[in-house]
Design a protein around this ligand. Structure first.
Ligand code: NI
Length: 145
């Protein structure tokens, strides 16, 4: 790891106790790695990503496929934006509920916009975008060229 900096953080004991339980649950060996992952996660998940940065993202949707025209609307939106939709996974959870995961790649603003439209489509019960920018966060060493 290049340019490692050490920082001291003041934290109240109760919060630290909860943090330790959390990282034990997640299987971290030490606080440092857990702390770094939380920071990365927060930076990637916030508005730190420039709107024209190239990102990959997944949109997870849960909806009732009996809702009138909902499956068609979600499919239409994806066709309209086929240039940034890489793949879609659909799982029929039970008689009513569907889980759909849409994998997107493109400029941050386009990915965010399509995710917002999918998630806000009437009848979608739960939706969440997870976005990652290979340009701004390097989690792993760059690939060989
Ligand atoms: Ni289904």
């Amino acid at each position: 790891m290049a340019d490692l900096s050490r920082i001291g953080v003041s934290i109240d004991s109760e919060l630290l106790h909860r943090f330790d339980s959390f990282i034990a649950d997640k299987g971290y060996d030490n606080r440092s790695e857990a702390f770094r992952d939380l920071i990365r996660d927060r930076l990637v998940g916030s508005a730190v990503i420039p709107s024209n940065a190239l990102v990959v993202g997944t949109v997870t949707l849960i909806y009732d496929h009996h809702t009138r025209l909902l499956p068609e609307k979600l499919t239409d939106l994806q066709h309209e934006n086929h240039a940034i939709v890489i793949s879609t996974l659909h799982a029929h959870l039970d008689h009513e509920s569907c889980l759909e995961v849409v994998v997107l790649r493109g400029k941050s603003r386009d990915v965010q916009k399509l995710a917002d439209r999918l998630i806000s489509t009437k009848g979608v019960q739960h939706g969440r975008l997870v976005m990652s920018s290979p340009e701004t966060v390097s989690h792993h060493p760059p690939p060989h060229r």
